[in-house]
Design a protein around this ligand. Structure first.
Ligand code: ADP
Length: 405
């Protein structure tokens, strides 16, 4: 270290340097610059090629880097007791792949760049393996001699580990999901045939033997047919559920007009609305969203049909559709003043074939499961807020940008 009396500017810099929250190396690359000038004068026109094919030349270039100071974060990160300890241990700090990063760095500077960034593997003095993000800047000096170089680095090890385990978990989830989809599809598909055969032969039996059969047998046959039809619907729903995925298509959906879709859906269930004497309103201009139109139709269709279906017998059904744009997502709400849902069931109803009203109101318990599946494919959420005998508000969100998905 120099003996000269430190100026206030230098003292301020030193305090900043020492207490910075990232690791900093203060280095002098002027030796490297001279070395490169000699090298280029002696022949090779590609510094990169020369460094790549001559490890000794690369080693010499690296040796010419003079580390002046390292700050506290850098010492702690590398497990060094002191600045000298860390500088002495320098050759041990980099893994074999780091040579390529140094070649990139030196070639970039030789080509006129004054900044360089890279991720590289590093070892601490205790031998722990780390991954760091390194940024190197040549500060302007008189004579442009590369004597002031600042290397900052941040530890990426934990973040990388987390990213990797997240990616592994995601891949596993996708595999399991796709296995399940295939299973549901195959099961539903294969169940259809025997089911149709049962229905067919039962009908045949009914037709041929109806005279000979007594009322109990006739009731039994009618019952078989009724249940076969119900099972056919369930199996069809299961197939529909298994087929409602095309994740690869979802990132590039065109932006669609939600108002037009809502109007279309209201028109398509106009019969049920009129029969229920319900009032359905869209209170404000619904925001546009980047979703496949068919998916948006299914969402509105299921939620609106439910809002009308699960109305209270005590009052005129009022159903309302709203939508707002929030920071990163668009949120829609379908609210009603119907029979409501007990809070303990507010998650359960989104499960496949889960119903709270088994006999008195018709349905298969698949509508909300489909809504959940659609919304989650886009990275959105769906939930309900409800009060028994007062009404329900079903919310769903769609992320606003493709990047969020
Ligand atoms: P389905 O209506 O065919 O039974 P859904 O999956 O659409 O199937 O709904 C699941 C269950 O959630 C319904 O059986 C009903 O009990 C409850 N539910 C759905 N929407 C409403 C609503 N707007 N008000 C009250 N209960 C509802």
């Amino acid at each position: 270290m120099d003996d000269h009396v430190e100026s206030r500017g230098e003292a301020r810099y030193r305090t900043f340097f020492e207490s910075a929250p990232v690791g900093i190396w203060d280095e002098d690359f002027s030796g490297v610059k001279e070395f490169l000038a000699d090298l280029l004068a002696s022949g090779p026109d590609s510094v990169r090629q020369h460094l790549e094919s001559n490890p000794d030349v690369l080693a010499e270039a690296i040796r010419r880097i003079r580390v002046r100071h390292v700050n506290r974060v850098a010492r702690e990160f590398y497990g060094a007791d002191s600045e000298e300890h860390l500088i002495r241990g320098l050759p041990k700090l980099f893994d074999s792949a780091a040579a390529e990063v140094f070649i990139d760095e030196i070639a970039a500077f030789a080509g006129g760049a004054s900044m360089f960034s890279a991720e590289l593997g590093a070892f601490t003095l205790n031998g722990d393996r780390k991954l760091v993000q390194m940024n190197v800047s040549i500060l302007p000096t008189e004579g442009d001699d590369w004597s002031q170089v600042v290397v900052t680095f941040t530890d990426l090890t934990e973040r990388k580990k987390l990213e990797q385990s997240l990616q592994r978990a995601n891949e596993m989830l996708q595999r399991v999901n796709s296995d399940l989809e295939q299973f549901a599809y195959a099961a539903a598909h294969d169940l259809r045939e025997p089911l149709r055969t049962i229905a067919l032969y039962t009908q045949l039996l009914q037709k041929l033997e109806i005279e000979k059969l007594g009322p109990p047998a006739q009731t039994a046959l009618a019952y078989i047919l009724q249940n076969a039809a119900r099972m056919e619907t369930l199996v069809g729903d299961l197939l529909r559920f298994a087929q409602t995925i095309e994740p690869q298509d979802l990132t590039l959906c065109p932006v669609i007009d939600s108002n037009a879709i809502a109007d279309e859906v209201i028109a398509s269930i106009a019969g049920a609305i009129a029969q229920a004497g319900a009032r359905v309103t869209i209170t404000q201009n619904l925001p546009a969203v980047a979703v496949q139109a068919g998916h948006m139709r299914q969402l509105f269709q299921n939620l609106l049909a439910n809002a009308v279906k699960y109305r209270s017998p005590d009052r005129i059904a009022e159903v309302c559709v709203t939508g707002i744009e929030r920071d990163r997502e668009t949120m829609f709400c379908v609210s009603d003043n119907g029979i409501g849902i007990r809070p303990e069931y507010s998650n359960r109803i989104f499960g496949i074939f889960k119903r709270l009203h088994n006999t008195e109101i018709q349905g298969n318990g698949i509508g909300l499961a489909l809504c959940k599946k659609i919304v989650e494919q886009y990275g959105g959420r769906i939930w309900v807020e409800s009060e028994i005998d007062a009404g329900s508000r079903f919310y769903f969100t769609i992320p606003r940008t493709v990047i969020d998905r």
